[in-house]
Design a protein around this ligand. Structure first.
Ligand code: UD2
Ligand code: MN
Length: 661
């Protein structure tokens, strides 16, 4: 515990920092709780006191990131796994360890062996501990969903939050039990957590899956709206002092927000009642080479989502909340580090990673190229804007999340929700960021350790198809082109109208904008090939003549010879598509339809020696006894389909240009 006079002394220091009373008290409670030594306590509070002295005036106050870490003096420094070191399974325990693996699809035996409150190395890049954050950060509810999580791992996740987060910023920790079946996750968990008043357990009576479980958690979150902001900051823009401030209450009326610009003493100067104001303001700042580092709209309570097998590192929370405070439509993600599934060691990851996706919407990481880093002098601590988030770990303002319609509740169990939220955020005016000074370890597993209520693959595919249908516009063809079986199997994606209405209501930008502005390095040609469709051996091209087809001399200027080969495998001329016309091998033009086996042509080589060359056009029209190839008929004027023959030059076709292979 702490002596009375000591408490008073600390309170005085805190008072200097003008942190509000409630927060001061919480901070002191924490210090008392974790029983840090005197010098350590002083070190922690130093940034606060400093701030109080140095930054008088009307500026919002800041302090250095608090390095809260209850594990600085671990109870048992020699315990296995301490400091995030790897642990080996003793020889005589190999069998046991092996048999317990499937409880969580990682080394559960070792997890049980290492302390639930182990210390880990502070892996933040140099400079993070000196960064300043505001005293009036919004508070956050932490939401952790789990289904049949391993006991020690779940506990370690919760302890890492409790031990490494400034207590005044954590409103509550909501554990959402997605209908686990393991006994220990019931009364035993209640009993264990009852000593932590901030930990609440929400039990779902049926299995909802991660996505709806998170929604349930968000529903019960009680976070207060942050402090009302006065005049927020004075920024020099092109030599003109620009005073701006906003009232949070006025940020919340849907899309049409009223902005109140305040004079330096806080009096309203000019009311701007349109949504364009924040963007204009941001643009003004960015033209001046500044980031809009003043809140463009005061952030209220925040939700922070975490998986149930994580370890939050030192100083992880404040940098996330700082971003949300700066702008309530920033979604802030920590760097996700790796807790080894085999030896439970805590491993750092390469810097400069962006969250990206490849077709058909597979999440991945991509390193910023070295020359880009050098040219732009990007530092390890710089914020990284990401096309998509990994999904599990992020902070988002509660009200903003709800304005965005949270997650599409039609998404089932697991998967694709990270894509949905990422597209929605970017296209509807927000940003997804990785904050390098915030680091959280996560156990990556090769397989889900729980069962899916329905087929796993189908569940994820259906989710992704929903996302594609709502957000991808014409680019959804790329998705289906890379997951072609989905197109023909006609997955029932369910009712999409609430989602498309939401997109309308929020007046979101289109996917083309997203590709151009957020993810320009994604290869996303709308068609696979285009131009003339040529038979090289016969030096002729396919031409549309009225409603029929003919084989003619090639003419690059003739629009009647222009075709597109689409991701949906259509050979398209405007609204008309090339297709076999019946059982006798004739070929004609038909009105195009997206999902159609009879209009589709597989364009590839039949020769096994040169598999890269696309040359045949193979139809699987249901009227044909077997797949057949497009060929020039012996008259050399007309076209037909005939049994495929890799050596027949009359069956070999090339478009003038290929945009993707
Ligand atoms: C990633 C994300 C994860 C989620 C997922 C689906 C990270 C580190 N992880 O896969 O958060 O976005 O992609 O797109 O970014 N859970 C339930 N009910 C279920 C299934 C899972 O509560 O029906 C819990 C589970 O216990 C875990 C969390 O949801 O705490 C995420 O599931 P995961 O760890 O299996 O997902 P992960 O990390 O493979
Ligand atoms: Mn996970």
């Amino acid at each position: 515990g702490m002596g009375r006079s000591r408490q008073k002394q600390l309170l005085e220091r805190l008072a200097l920092s003008r942190m509000d009373r409630r927060r001061q008290e919480k901070l002191l409670e924490w210090l008392a709780l974790v029983g840090l030594g005197r010098s350590r306590q002083e070190k922690l509070l130093e940034p606060l006191a400093l701030d109080g002295q140095e930054q008088a005036g009307s500026h919002p106050r800041t302090h250095r990131v608090l390095s809260m870490d209850a594990t600085l003096a671990p109870r048992d420094p020699r315990a296995p796994g301490q400091f995030g070191h790897p642990v080996a399974v003793p020889d005589d325990k190999q069998e046991e360890a092996k048999s317990r693996w499937k409880e969580g699809n990682f080394n559960v035996y070792l997890s049980d062996l290492i302390p639930v409150d182990r210390a880990i190395a502070d892996t933040r890049p140099a400079g993070c501990s000196e960064q300043q954050v505001h005293n009036d950060l919004p508070t956050t509810s932490i939401i952790m969903c789990f289904v049949d999580e391993v006991w020690s791992t779940l506990l370690r996740s919760v302890h890492s939050v409790l031990g490494r987060s400034p207590p005044h910023l954590v409103q509550e920790i909501i554990l959402v039990d997605d209908c686990s079946t393991k006994e220990h996750l019931k009364e035993q968990l209640d009993a264990y957590m009852s000593r932590f008043p901030k930990v609440k357990i929400l039990r779902l009576r049926e299995r909802h899956g991660l996505i709806r479980a998170r929604l349930a958690g968000a529903e019960v979150a009680t976070g207060r709206t942050g402090a009302v902001l006065g005049p927020v900051r004075t920024t020099e823009v092109l030599g003109t002092p620009l005073q701006h401030g906003v009232r949070p209450s006025q940020c919340t009326k849907g899309k049409k927000r009223s902005w109140l610009w305040l004079g330096s003493s806080g009096e309203p100067r000019r009311a701007v009642a349109q949504s364009a104001a924040p963007r204009a303001q941001r643009e003004l700042l960015s033209r001046a080479g500044l980031e809009a580092d003043a809140p463009t709209c005061a952030a209220g309570a925040v939700l922070t989502f975490l998986d149930s097998h994580v370890e939050c590192n030192v100083g992880w929370l404040e940098p996330l909340l700082e971003r949300v405070r700066m702008s309530r439509n920033k979604v802030a993600c920590p760097v996700i580090e790796v807790i080894s599934d085999k030896d439970m060691s805590y491993m750092t990851v390469d810097n400069f990673q962006r969250g990206i996706f490849t077709w058909p919407m597979n999440f991945g990481w991509r390193q910023i190229p070295q020359e880009v880093i050098e040219k732009n002098k990007i530092k390890e601590t710089d914020i990284i804007r990401c096309p998509v988030m990994a999904g599990g770990l992020f902070s988002i303002e509660k009200k903003y999340f709800s304005e965005l319609g949270m997650y599409d509740p039609g998404l089932d169990v697991w998967g694709g929700e990270n894509m949905e939220l990422s597209f929605k955020v970017w296209m509807c005016g927000g940003e997804i960021e990785i904050v390098p000074c915030s680091r959280v370890g996560h156990i990556f597993r090769n397989d889900n350790p729980y069962s899916f209520p329905k087929d796993r693959v189908r569940t994820v595919e259906r989710n992704l198809a929903r996302v594609a249908e709502v957000w991808l516009d014409e680019y959804k063809e790329l998705f289906y082109g890379h997951a072609y079986h989905l197109l023909l199997s006609a997955v029932d994606v369910g009712d999409l109208s609430p989602q498309t209405q939401l997109r309308e209501r929020l007046r979101c930008r289109n996917f083309r904008w997203y590709l151009q502005n957020v993810y320009p390095d994604l290869e996303a040609p709308l068609v696979k090939a285009s131009g003339l469709l040529m038979n090289v051996a016969l030096a002729g091209c396919i031409a549309v003549e009225g409603t029929t087809l003919a084989f003619r001399e090639c003419d690059a200027n003739n629009t009647n010879q222009k075709f597109n080969y689409t991701w949906l495998r259509l050979v398209r001329h405007g609204e008309l598509c090339l297709a076999p016309a019946g059982a006798l091998g004739a070929v004609g033009l038909h009105r195009c339809r997206a999902r159609s086996r009879s209009l589709a042509w597989l364009h590839r080589s039949l020769a096994t020696v040169q598999p890269g060359l696309t040359e045949h056009l193979i139809s699987e029209h249901q009227h044909l006894p077997r797949p057949a190839c497009l060929e020039v008929d012996p008259s050399r004027r007309a076209l037909r389909v005939k049994g495929c023959d890799p050596r027949n030059p009359r069956q070999k076709w090339r478009f003038s240009s290929y945009h993707a292979d």
